[in-house]
Write a new protein. Structure first.
Length: 638
């Protein structure tokens, strides 16, 4: 008779087989009411699952991430049930859980309209309120194929046909609706309390563009209404900050159909910001003891065979091009080029570490469906650098990279960092000794900074352990940014060497690191983080000079020229428009400072200064303004 071990270490003995729900009831009525599923060892099961043997069991509630997933997955079934009731001719396919929600793909000729979504959502609420029990049934595989064929569900039948014949299939029934599913599910539909359908999009059957197009309905589901509201509010806020919209409004960048997807055009105002970012990056790196290299965009395919990319990275690489009876490869990475620079001469242990940076533009294949503004592109510039060092220098080099990372990201207004350390996976190259040493060095470097981190055991690349730094933006979203990756593989493949103190040939350690990751993506994150309200040091236009009438034109031109001479990014607006209209327009362009010039200012040689937040700073002379702006630029908005 089963003994059930619970997460707190206690055990409960039962005289007969019990369900997960029975165990929850035995612990307390509150827990029985809250139970959504059970977790036996590492397997999720329904609350009605019968326990016959000794097991370790955790009761899963909405407080557990798994519990929220069960709610979301059950909401997908509820969606399918509502669609089948309202559109009996629709065929169901798959309905998985995704971040914050779920989707379900339907085959239906007529496109779903926004009114359809409202009706479906209303029906879902009724079905949830009816609190229908969700019951698991088991069927033989062939019987299940026949069953779904009989229902006219060709897609479901096709999915089941791909399951081995000898397997039993589990089905979940709620009311009239039955779906193929591994489970687990909530005990009854009433447990889905807070959800919303968000949009419809096209999706190919089995993700293959040769197949027919299905309609995918997306939804979000949460344990309670408060969490749902908070999430919807965050979506609205994210839409308000969408870098694609702000990028167009502020004329920062574009992606042109004529040129192709995933290729970014930086417009003059965007390029101004990029230049500020790059200049700052070079300055910081120079101070941190880096040198810089510049390398080509293509290279003989043989190089990529030596590096191994032609083999293990080929899916992300464009097809090589032929010239002069040789094949040339557009670069997906900069690393082999820096290796070639290293190998061009013999290095001594005294030369190390060598730190070489490059704003290296690379091209990678991405499915067109995966492209997204600046966040997911085909051509981008990495703020790349490689450090070649001795084994005894790993820790100090990693400390240096972490210092630089934090200094760089903090300057852009990011303060919350999540750090991940990934260690040796299965099938790794390099000896245990070198992995142990390198991993310990990474760990010591993180700990010496007093930074908390998460261990991703076995999550490293096959060629070395790594540190990832993710940033949180102004609305709490997490973005992968910096990576510091040790590499025991490329130095081996390229037979890299240095001459040691005892005059032996030794292999250097290679560290790959990119702090922004991709300049394009970082720019996208930055636009959304600031919602386009760039601090003064980054603003593409820092000051706009506005005239009230054309009598001030000459004075305005003089002020404009003076400010430009001081190195400020200035615009001049002499248009014959009402001053209120001009102010509003430049405020919408998020220009930090507006200088309004009328007769009085011209007579006194002063400036009336306004900020984009609408604050009136009164009149001041050019020097007073310059002092203020200089201090603000130097503070980088902090
Ligand atoms: Zn399911
Ligand atoms: Zn690299």
């Amino acid at each position: 008779m089963p003994t059930v071990s619970l997460p707190d270490g206690s055990r409960r003995h039962f005289d007969a087989p019990v369900s997960v729900l029975d165990v929850a009831r035995d612990i307390g009525p509150g827990l029985a009411k809250a139970a959504l599923a059970g977790k036996i060892d590492d397997r999720l099961v329904d609350v009605r699952h019968e326990i016959t043997d000794d097991v370790t069991l955790a009761i899963v509630t909405e407080r557990d991430p798994e519990g929220v997933e069960v709610i979301r997955h059950s909401a997908a079934h509820l969606l399918a049930q509502a669609v089948k009731e309202l559109f009996p001719e629709a065929q169901v396919t798959i309905g998985p859980v995704i971040a914050n929600g779920f989707y379900y793909d339907f085959a239906l000729e007529k496109p779903f309209t926004p009114e359809d979504l409202e009706n479906i959502e209303r029906r879902m609420k009724q079905l949830a309120k009816a609190d229908l029990p969700v019951q698991r049934e088991v069927m033989a595989r062939n019987a299940a194929v026949e069953y779904f064929r009989g229902l006219g569900e060709a897609y479901k039948a096709e999915i089941i046909e791909s399951i081995p014949e000898d397997q039993e299939i589990s089905l979940y029934r709620q009311g009239e609706f039955v779906d193929l599913c591994r489970g687990p599910h909530i005990p009854s539909t009433g447990r889905i309390k807070a959800f919303k359908l968000t949009k419809v999009a096209g999706a190919y059957w089995r993700g293959d563009s040769n197949n027919e197009m299905l309609q995918r309905i997306y939804g979000t589901a949460w344990p309670n209404k408060e969490q749902l509201q908070a999430h919807l509010e965050q979506i609205r806020e994210a839409e308000r900050r969408d870098h694609r919209r702000i990028g167009t409004e502020l004329d920062l960048f574009s992606i042109q159909d004529e040129a192709g997807g995933g290729l970014v055009f930086w417009h003059p105002k965007g390029a101004r910001i990029r230049r500020v970012i790059e200049n700052f990056w070079f300055e910081l790196h120079e101070r941190a003891g880096y040198d810089f290299v510049v390398t080509p965009h293509i290279a003989n395919l043989e190089l990529w065979k030596t590096s191994g990319h032609a083999d293990f990275y080929s899916e992300s690489m464009y097809e090589p091009m032929e010239d002069d009876h040789q094949a040339f490869q557009l670069k997906p990475m900069n690393c082999p080029f820096h290796v070639l620079v290293y190998k061009d001469r013999l290095h001594s242990y005294r030369d190390l570490p060598l730190r070489w940076g490059e704003m290296g533009t690379v091209y990678r294949r991405e499915m067109s469906g995966a492209l997204h503004g600046l966040m997911r592109v085909r051509g981008f510039t990495q703020d790349d650098a490689h450090i070649f060092c001795r084994e005894d220098q790993i820790e100090s080099e990693i400390v240096g990279v972490l210092d630089l990372t934090l200094e760089l990201l903090t300057a852009f207004g990011f303060e919350d960092f999540d750090i991940y350390l990934s260690t040796k996976p299965e099938g790794a190259v390099g000896s245990d000794a070198i992995w142990d040493h390198a991993t310990a060095a990474l760990r010591a470097a993180i700990e010496s900074k007093g930074l908390p981190y998460t261990l991703d055991d076995g999550g490293g690349a096959f060629y070395g352990p790594k540190i990832d730094v993710k940033i949180r933006d102004a609305i709490g979203r997490q973005w992968q940014c910096s990576t510091v990756q040790l590499d025991f593989n490329l130095p081996e493949r390229f037979d890299m060497e240095y001459v040691s103190e005892s005059n032996e040939r030794k292999r250097p350690i290679m560290i790959h690191r990119a702090l922004f990751g991709s300049l394009e993506r970082f720019f996208g994150v930055l636009i959304e983080h600031y919602a386009g309200l760039f601090p003064l040091w980054l603003a593409p236009v820092q000051v706009t000079v506005l005239t009230i009438t054309e009598r001030q034109d000459d004075y305005a031109r003089q002020v404009y020229a003076d400010l430009r001479k001081l190195g400020l990014r200035v615009d001049l607006d002499l248009r014959n428009e009402k001053i209120g209209f001009k102010i509003r327009e430049h405020t919408l362009k998020r220009v930090p400072y507006l200088l309004v010039l009328g007769d009085r200012e011209q007579e006194m040689g002063t400036l009336a200064v306004r900020t984009r937040s609408g604050e009136d700073l009164g009149t001041m002379g050019l020097e007073a303004l310059w002092n203020r702006l200089q201090a603000e630029i130097a503070s980088r908005g902090h």
